[in-house]
Design a protein around this ligand. Structure first.
Ligand code: FES
Length: 184
């Protein structure tokens, strides 16, 4: 069950998030992409409401996915439509300290008062900043975690927000990154 207030907030934000940018660099990838990692799942965000986008990667409509080739140029914004909702999402590649690259996606709405966020990073997604009150979110790129933040968590590195960004569980199949579950 999706909280009505939160659902309405998401709907209101649809019209204002189209400008969430994607850093575009043409530098080729050096390390290899982890394809075939269909089972990869990020940890859930505490306190979020779970919305199923696709039951599994095999039944996910092609139009919901983002090709890894596109992500190699930088983060990609995508509006994910689920029933009556449209979730503003940013897909990107995270360069981890283990030298590998991990596809990930996040709901691009500030957890402070719901402003649309700006993407940080170039070829790799490194974080988001909020134009409203200055919150900054940084991805934990250490497989062992970053203090209280878990691997791939987009944690608050600058206030006033206090909650990490909502995550989207992704899976990769045939070179395409699909969103499976959103936490909004
Ligand atoms: S809405 Fe983002 S910092 Fe306030």
């Amino acid at each position: 069950m999706v909280d009505e207030n939160r659902r309405n907030t998401i709907k209101i934000l649809i019209g204002t998030t189209a400008a969430v940018g994607a850093g575009m660099l043409a530098t080729p990838l050096v390390a290899s992409i982890i394809d075939g990692r269909a089972g990869y799942v990020k940890p859930e965000t505490t306190g979020a409401v779970k919305v199923e986008i696709c039951k599994d990667v095999n039944s996910c409509p092609k139009e919901l996915g983002v090709p890894l080739d596109e992500l190699r140029n930088g983060p990609v914004f995508k509006l994910i439509r689920v029933n009556s909702m449209a979730i503003p999402a940013v897909f990107g590649l995270i360069r981890a300290t283990d030298g590998k690259e991990y596809p990930a996606a996040y709901v691009a709405i500030c957890t402070h008062f719901g402003c649309p966020l700006n993407v940080m990073g170039g070829k790799y997604l490194t974080g988001f900043n909020c134009p409203c009150h200055g919150s900054v979110f940084t991805v934990c790129n250490k497989p062992e975690g970053c203090g209280n933040a878990r691997f791939l968590e987009m944690y608050v590195s600058g206030g006033p927000a206090v909650r990490s960004l909502r995550s989207i569980v992704v899976a990769v199949k045939d070179g395409v990154v699909y969103p499976l579950v959103a936490h909004i």
